[in-house]
Write a protein that binds this ligand. Structure first.
Ligand code: CA2
Length: 150
């Protein structure tokens, strides 16, 4: 079964434990279960990873590129957390790996502090989903699935 990589960056392991007014009440385990269920409905296997370390995220993007070129992975659903706003390394990894990446943010970053308005990932992302809570991950999986069929 083709895979979709669900990648979560720094502090997203804290989901559901604090700041529910911004990020809702679902935990990371809930989000990953939601992704697995939705992916399976579409005939995909969701592979879920989370790290607080930039280099680890870079390595996983590279691996997804290899899997994509081998026809085994449709792409990456990526919430890079705060690295979105700081990381040239993740920008370069996505560009270099040539794997379709959908950038996801649970909150509407454009309604928040100005430092969250810029993304290093958006220019190299296949698509962007922002502000729909954890349902954004579901929308991103559908987007990647559709993109592989058209
Ligand atoms: O809205 C999003 O999904 C973000 O990517 C979340 C990041 C933030 O830095 C981005 O600007 C937008 C933060 C994730 C931290 O999540 C927490 C969850 C609970 C408690 C504390 C942090």
């Amino acid at each position: 079964m083709p895979t979709v990589l669900i990648l979560n960056g720094p502090n997203l392991n804290l989901l559901g434990t604090r700041r529910p007014e911004v990020y809702g009440s679902a935990t990371l385990a809930d989000v990953e279960a939601l992704c697995r269920e939705e992916a399976e409905r579409l005939g995909l296997e969701a592979v879920c990873r989370q790290s607080n370390h930039e280099g680890q995220l870079v390595d996983w993007i590279h691996e997804a590129g290899v899997e994509h070129r081998a026809g085994r992975c449709v792409g990456v659903v990526f919430n890079a957390g705060a690295y979105t706003h700081t990381s040239v390394a993740l920008h370069d990894a996505i560009e270099g790996a040539e794997v379709p990446v959908v950038e996801v943010h649970i909150s509407n970053v454009h309604r928040r502090e100005e430092f969250r308005h810029h993304s290093y990932l958006s220019p190299v992302a296949r698509g962007i989903v922002v502000g729909f809570g954890v349902y954004g991950y579901v929308l991103a999986i559908h987007g990647l699935h559709q993109a592989t069929r058209s």
